[in-house]
Every structure is written in C-alpha cells, then in structure tokens.
Design a binder for this molecule. Structure first.
Ligand code: ADP
Ligand code: ADP
Length: 209
C-alpha cells in the first residue's frame, strides 16, 4: 500500500503513523525526521536545513525531493510506504508522481487529517519527545511516565511564534494539495479532533476502503 499523510503541523500524523505502520506493515517515511537527523549530524546541509526549520519555512523542493527519491529507492519500501510530511507543495507532488510512474507504482490513498488551527497551538506547544526512544508525548493529553519525564525535550520550532509561520506555509503551499489529490480521486478526509483511538479507527476504515 502506497500512502500519503497530509495535515497541518500538530494534526497527529506522527502519532497515528505508529499505528498504521504496525497494522499495515509498511515503513513510515517522515521527511521532518530525516531533516532533524541531518541537523543533529551537524553537516553543512544540516545547518542549511536548520535555518529553514527554525524560521518555520519549508526546505526548498529540490533538496527534499532528492532526499525522498533516495529513500524510496531502498529495499524496505518495495511493498509500500507511508509518507509523513511529504509532499508539502505542488512541485513536490509532481516530483513524487514522476518517481511513482518511473517505478511502475500508484498511490492508494492520501489521508488528510483535518484539525482546526485553534486546536493546533495547544498540541504543538505541549509536544515533547523522548530523545532515547523517539516516542512523542503531550504534557496534557499524553504525559510521559515519571521515569521519562525529566529527559523529554521540546522541538525548537514548537513555539507559538514559529507555529504561526508554519501554519502560513501550510495554508499557502500545502493546502493546494487537497484539491490536487481530490481531483485524482485519492483524497480521504478524516476528522482529526477526538481521541487518538477514535481517529485511528477512522483511518483504518479509510485505508481498508
Ligand atoms: P504531527 O506529526 O502531525 O505534527 P503529532 O502526532 O506529533 O503531530 O501530534 C502533535 C501533539 O499532539 C503531540 O504532542 C501528540 O501527543 C498530541 N496528539 C496527537 N494526537 C492527539 C489527539 N487526538 N488528541 C490530543 N492530542 C493529540
Ligand atoms: P510538523 O509537526 O509540522 O508536521 P515536520 O516534522 O513534518 O513537522 O516538519 C518540520 C519542518 O521540517 C518543517 O517546518 C519544514 O521546515 C521541514 N520539512 C519537513 N518536511 C518537509 C517537506 N516535505 N518540504 C519542505 N520542508 C519540509
């Protein structure tokens, strides 16, 4: 199954992806995670990435497209993938379309998690992650257990100020992908407000079609 996860920052893509990859035995490819790993590596490219992520701006298409092309060429995605955070612009979607055609593959579903902007602020500013396991928590909705609580960290772009910029980028550059995939008959809209388990069940049903 070739799947795309679409939705604003904080919609719950990462949280839900963990369940989807387990249920449908497919690898998750998160461009945000790949970019943050490059930043931690401290390379020149990582430094360039950081200047965009810290400003809440999208990394240029050419850089991200190349990264995804390399990742999709690896063996573990032969049976399918869940793209989380890519594509995020129409040129990225066109590039993915080219990669899929070249590989003789077709997308099955584009899963859109719909969450109002007003809900995203609390989700984003309360997000924490465990640097040892990568597990994501929320200080109010999914608090880390006591033995993990003192080591969780907050992403440097998860502030109210940077979120404003990220949402602007989302509405200007990513939201046009909604009609783009709707016209192709691939868009599945899922209400992203509710308990994580309720949302998971809606997603599973949409994927099973
Ligand atoms: P995304 O990957 O779309 O940016 P995350 O999955 O990281 O979003 O979720 C953002 C934050 O909101 C995290 O702290 C997560 O624990 C929390 N969260 C995820 N889903 C829900 C939900 N249904 N209700 C409340 N909080 C949620
Ligand atoms: P979110 O919680 O917003 O869903 P991500 O982890 O997906 O966050 O992305 C974090 C940052 O990484 C983005 O603000 C952007 O700077 C960069 N990024 C991730 N994916 C892409 C992409 N497909 N195109 C451009 N920039 C990206």
């Amino acid at each position: 199954m070739d799947l795309i996860f679409l939705g604003p920052p904080g919609a719950g893509k990462g949280t839900q992806a963990k369940w989807i990859i387990e249920e449908f035995a497919t690898p998750q490819i998160s461009t945000g995670d790949i970019i943050r790993a490059a930043i931690r590596g401290g390379t020149e490219l990582g430094k360039e990435f950081k200047s965009y992520t810290d400003a809440g701006k999208l990394v240029p298409d050419e850089l991200v497209n190349r990264m995804v092309k390399d990742r999709l060429a690896q063996d573990d995605v032969k049976g399918g993938f869940l793209l989380d955070g890519f594509p995020r612009t129409v040129p990225q979607a066109d590039a993915l379309d080219g990669m899929q055609t070249e590989a003789g593959r077709r997308l099955n579903h584009v899963l859109l998690l719909e969450v109002a902007d007003s809900v995203l602020l609390e989700r984003i500013t309360g997000r924490r992650s465990d640097p040892e396991t990568g597990r994501v928590y929320h200080i109010k909705f999914d608090p880390p257990p006591a033995d993990v609580a003192d080591r969780v960290i907050q992403r440097s772009d998860d502030t109210e100020e940077v979120l404003g910029q990220r949402l602007e980028e989302y509405h200007a550059k990513t939201a046009p992908l909604i009609p783009y995939y709707e016209e192709k008959g691939l868009l599945r809209r899922i209400a992203g407000e509710g308990s994580p388990e309720e949302i998971r069940d809606l997603l599973f049903a949409a994927i099973r079609g």
